[in-house]
Design a protein around this ligand. Structure first.
Ligand code: TYM
Length: 339
């Protein structure tokens, strides 16, 4: 039986990923890679946020499969289930419960300013549902339930973290110090991995064109091919310039994150070399990094019992931790305890 982390003996990290598609290199470099080195220093809680994924229509069988696959990927990427609480969001009812309460402390005006809502409303114009609108409130509930100190995410989640802080502060101003006000952790390199074919857009797991993204489960061959096809520019010099050379700069940030080199070191490594060599090397480096993750993922997916156990255990621990906050919230706002 795994131990329930004590609430405040270490600082708390919470983050999550939607099981809405195959994880991309963007999710890995923007988020997961920053989760791994913190498992000893912090109490870490990582969710597979399946309720968030429902804001876009999902195929039920695929959603189930992707939820398990994402848990296997968390572990395959290096998250130790003994050190981190890994759980499926819908397994802990407290998320939906707190989200309802926080809905009553969030203004429609602030929700309508969210860029992700505006973007998703455009890309899913036939299904602009209320869940898509209140999505950030559920995210605030995820984070605030655990008295989270730090939330490691990619750049696209910055605005959602800001609204989470606003909601927490608003609530605390009325009822006293109920919630810890969390900080975002957004890495300097890797927080905005861009599409390979359209480097002005973010790399996204829901992109219709698979050449735009690298899936963590792409074969080494496919990875190298996708990098070779990546859009660059006509200058033929490998240097970092996000504005004028978005394609090359994106490949440089991927390479920098994967091999741990600075942009300057990369410029030196490829001085006098062509884009072909560079793309080949980036592709190989990514494929090498992903290979052990893919092998581990394959092994884990074959062991359904093991994954089910981790899920069950994670749900119990998550529930246990979060109900302390939920009970306090209910009491503060005047709901009668059930007794
Ligand atoms: P999601 O599932 O879209 O993405 C998961 C994580 O990956 C990061 N990310 C990227 N980083 C760099 N470059 C990219 N191209 C890229 N694409 C995605 C995201 O920033 C994120 O960190 N709303 C969240 C999920 C969520 C959550 C939470 C996160 C729900 N509740 C509570 C933190 C805390 C989302 O849709 O992430």
């Amino acid at each position: 039986k795994r131990e329930v982390p004590k609430m405040k003996d270490k600082k708390i990290i919470f983050s999550g990923i939607q099981p809405s598609g195959n994880l991309t290199l963007g999710n890995y470099l923007g988020a997961i890679i920053n989760w791994i080195p913190r498992q000893d220093e912090y109490n870490c809680i990582y969710s597979i946020v399946d309720l968030h994924a429902l804001t876009v229509r999902q195929n039920p069988a695929e959603l189930r499969q992707k939820t398990r696959s994402l848990l296997a990927l968390y572990i395959a990427c290096g998250l130790d289930p003994d050190k981190n609480v890994l759980f499926v969001q819908s397994h802990n009812g407290a998320h939906a419960e707190l989200a309802w309460i926080l809905n009553c402390y969030t203004y429609t005006g602030e929700l309508s300013r969210m860029t992700q809502f505006k973007e998703k409303s455009q890309s899913h114009a036939d299904n602009i549902n209320a869940g898509l609108f209140t999505y950030p409130v559920l995210m605030a509930a995820d984070i605030l339930l655990y008295q989270t100190d730090l939330v490691p995410v990619g750049h696209d989640q910055k605005q959602h973290l800001e609204i989470t802080r606003d909601i927490a502060q608003r609530f605390n101003n009325i009822y006293g110090e109920v919630f810890t006000v969390p900080e975002a952790y957004i890495p300097e390199v890797g927080a905005r991995i861009m599409s390979l074919q359209q480097p002005e857009n973010k790399m996204s797991k829901s992109d219709e064109n698979p050449n735009n993204y690298i899936s963590l489960l792409d074969s080494p061959n496919t990875i190298v091919k996708k990098f070779k096809r990546a859009v660059t520019d006509s200058e033929r010099i490998i240097r970092y310039d996000e504005k004028d050379k978005p394609g090359i700069s994106n490949l440089m940030s991927i390479y920098a994150s994967v091999v741990g080199k600075s942009y300057k070191e990369i410029e030196e490594e490829f001085q006098g070399k062509g884009y072909g060599d560079f793309k080949q090397r980036v592709g190989e480096a990514v494929a090498e990094t992903l290979k052990p993750i893919q092998e581990k993922h394959r092994e884990l997916m074959a062991d359904k019992g093991y994954l089910d156990n981790i899920m069950k255990d994670g749900a119990e621990r998550a529930e246990n931790l979060s109900y302390r906050t939920l009970r306090k919230v209910y009491k503060k706002i005047g709901l009668v305890p059930r007794g």
